[in-house]
Design a protein around this ligand. Structure first.
Ligand code: UDP
Ligand code: MN
Length: 337
């Protein structure tokens, strides 16, 4: 198990915020596997320090600088920049098996059972279910596979311009060959699916283990408007039930990541996205979510403030009690001043 890992990727500070929340969510649900984040050279030093506090391994991947086949591939297909960076996960050969997760995913319960699956296991894409979605997939690091993937990308490109097109082209028999490589949709529940098939979401959404904030507007691009009590983002006002997952992302971000960011940025300015975010005004959670949140604060004797601080920093906030949104808000206000 020591040679198995969850892997994500962040090429800039925004996606790094997603990686921080993802890493925290994996740790909070007590994964026994290692946590690895691949970062691009653009990720700032303070963000790297925060990532180092969450991940076992923070590895810089610079495709342009690598001087290997990835560099050559990149010269031929400059359009596939981030795709080549993502393919780098196959070079993590000190692990025998890994689960890749997009930085815009959030883990809602322990998913270590994914390591029972083989390469290439993934969930169907909601837009075209005979393609797998490349936001969550099981793979085996191998230099041989890596070289083949690079070769495939340079020769065939990507039918959708990104890594999902390349990977579906390369693992082209996924749809038909082996049903055990089809992960249940609850391991990669894309927020889009909630809107396209709401009754199914109502029936099965409570079983979700991973939510994927697929699409243009990411959790970190929202702001909260206290006057209308709604999250606002590029796409306009967001409605429940998607917003309950967004709020779960935000509560983890504000309670565990923002304090770490403050610690490492010191007096340097950084945009937490929290300024307009009135936690005390937040939309209420649905019952399934309340249950999940309450389980964080499972019946335990009252903690000393030192113990509570420790738990809070580990992401095990007592959301329903001492670490309620109002209290978090007060803490945030104090930080921001
Ligand atoms: N990514 C990144 N920097 C970027 C774009 C993407 O690091 O500028 C990584 C990140 O891990 C992200 C993944 O590549 O989650 C796939 O991109 P994205 O999630 O934006 O695509 P979508 O899931 O919306 O199709
Ligand atoms: Mn994604």
């Amino acid at each position: 198990m020591a040679d198995e890992a969850f892997v994500t990727l962040a090429t800039n500070d925004n996606y790094a915020k997603g990686a921080m929340v993802l890493g925290k969510s994996l740790a909070n649900h007590n994964t026994t596997r290692k946590l690895v984040v691949l970062i691009g050279p653009q990720v700032s030093d303070p963000s790297r320090s925060v990532l180092k506090g969450i991940y076992d391994e923070v590895r810089v991947v610079d495709v342009l600088d690598s001087g290997d086949t990835a560099h050559l591939a990149m010269m031929k297909r400059p359009d596939l920049g981030i795709t080549f960076t993502k393919l780098h996960c196959w070079t993590l050969t000190h692990y025998s098996k890994c689960v890749f997760m997009d930085a815009d995913t959030l883990v809602l319960s322990n998913i270590d059972e994914l390591f029972d699956r083989e390469e290439l296991s993934a969930a169907p894409d909601p837009g075209w279910p005979d393609c797998f979605n490349s936001g969550v997939f099981v793979f085996r690091p191998s230099m041989e596979t890596y070289e083949k993937l690079l070769q495939y990308s340079t020769e065939h490109g990507s039918f959708d311009g990104g890594d999902q097109g390349v990977l579906n082209g390369f693992f082209s028999n996924w749809a038909t060959a082996d049903i055990s490589k089809h992960l249940p949709f609850i391991y990669n529940l894309s927020s889009i699916a909630i809107y396209t098939y709401l009754p199914a979401f109502k029936q099965y959404g409570g079983n979700a283990k991973v939510v994927h904030f697929l699409g243009e507007t990411k959790p970190w691009s929202y702001t909260f408007d206290p006057s209308s009590r709604q999250l606002r983002g590029g796409g306009g006002v967001q409605e429940a039930p998607h917003s309950s997952f967004l709020l779960e992302w935000w509560s983890l971000y504000s309670s565990t990541v923002v304090p770490m960011l403050h610690e490492h940025y010191g007096d340097q300015p950084f945009h937490s996205g929290c300024v307009e975010f009135q936690l005390s005004d937040m939309v209420t959670f649905d019952s399934a979510q309340e249950e999940r949140l309450a389980s964080h604060a499972a019946a335990a004797p009252p903690l000393s403030s030192e113990e509570r601080k420790e738990r809070w920093e580990q992401g095990q906030a007592d959301y329903m009690g001492m670490d309620s949104f109002e209290n978090i808000q007060r803490k945030l206000d104090a930080f921001l001043k």
